[in-house]
Design a protein around this ligand. Sequence first.
Ligand code: GLU
Length: 462
Amino acid sequence: MEQTPATISDPTRTGTPGDIFTAALTRLDEAAKLVGVDDEILTRLRRPKRVVQATIPLRLDDGTLCCLPAYRVQHDDSRGPCKGGIRFHPAVDLAEVQALAFWMTFKCAVVGIPFGGGKGGVVVDPKRLSGAELERLSRGYARAMADVIGPTRDVPAPDVYTNAMIMGWMMDEYSECHRGREPAVITGKPIALGGSLGREDATGRGAYYCIKELENQRGWTPSTIRVAIQGFGNAGQHVARLLQADGYRIVAVSDSRGGVARLEGLDVPALIEKKLGGRSLATGYSSKSVCDCPHCGSSSCSCGGARDERLISNAELLELDVDLLIPAALEEQLTEENADRIRARTVVEVANGPTTPMADLILEKRGVQVVPDILANAGGVTVSYFEWAQNRAGLQWSEPEVHARLRETMTRAFGSVMDMSKRKRVPLRAAAYACGLTAISEAISASGTQSYFSPTRSRRET
Ligand code: GLU
């Protein structure tokens, strides 16, 4: 009896209703309506190609053993090896890692680099680990995933609460497992271990290049543009620094403990110095917050207003009266709860997935322009690609060369997304997904879809 695929399993059912991966898939359906691709391609992209779930046994310094859940999701590799970061965070779960891997597939396609999408995570609060524990965890992750990652399979990189030092340990461990040095297995490494110049600030710099394009289009005068940045990690710090150097007024920044605001503009280099000053050499994590008082270091003292700086919460920062809002922290920050109260006219997403689909609809109705994550934060993975290419070719490019190539890539991608948005009369996010889906579907179709194998296919097409 002939069996249709639907009776074997329902290919449209993925994720759990209401989870972040299922929500992320709504972008795929929207894009499909715009560019009309073969259904089979959508069926493929609705599920990750591979999900690896592991347990990492971690021996703590006090001798106790703790078992940590770890994931690596390879969403799609039609355009090249999977690519995407590894995050260490207590709130990591499988749906989140699947969503993050899905976003990477589209991000790499939007900027036209030859990678698919992947992502990894460990459920852990890394700030509670010593340096030695962090190293054992990082090596444990590389061992657990050593059979599925690799320069031509899946190339990890830093993400939330992982950094160059961790990438170096993982590369070293993977190389031990494979009995040969393999720098191209991972990107975002220390320069001394094959890292690329310009990778450290690449995510912030890529977003900065997008903002320079907006500046051109809108005729902005930087000193009149008030900017609020949620998140002061690697990406947030660099975008703040680069924008302020061009005269933009950074009126508020925050981190996981809270934020600080000053109408006349904050002293960004001083805030970065404070953050970096609290950094532990063994782990790279900072014990200091941007909302620690510059005078006494406390986030609750009354002299916090000494330099007319006001302490604010993360939620308040999002709703400030600013021109440009930059979410650069975690997912789902702009939701149907607060989207009505966002006063910025432009949002540039440096975090992955900071805006929910419901919030997007509200922001669109209110005329807020959102430059989506899969374009705005693609600078990081773009320079990761440069690092991988340098490793494989045995070359090292200069920093100006990396910056020039990054600017060219970001400017080209920004232009294509803008053109698509104008042509289809849709917001930038839908346009970016449409651009991404076009590139992914070309790659999938090139290796054969149902219409290619159809018995009714005309001979002349062959
Ligand atoms: N974690 C970064 C991102 O979400 C960088 C990924 C990479 O360099 O592979 O884009």
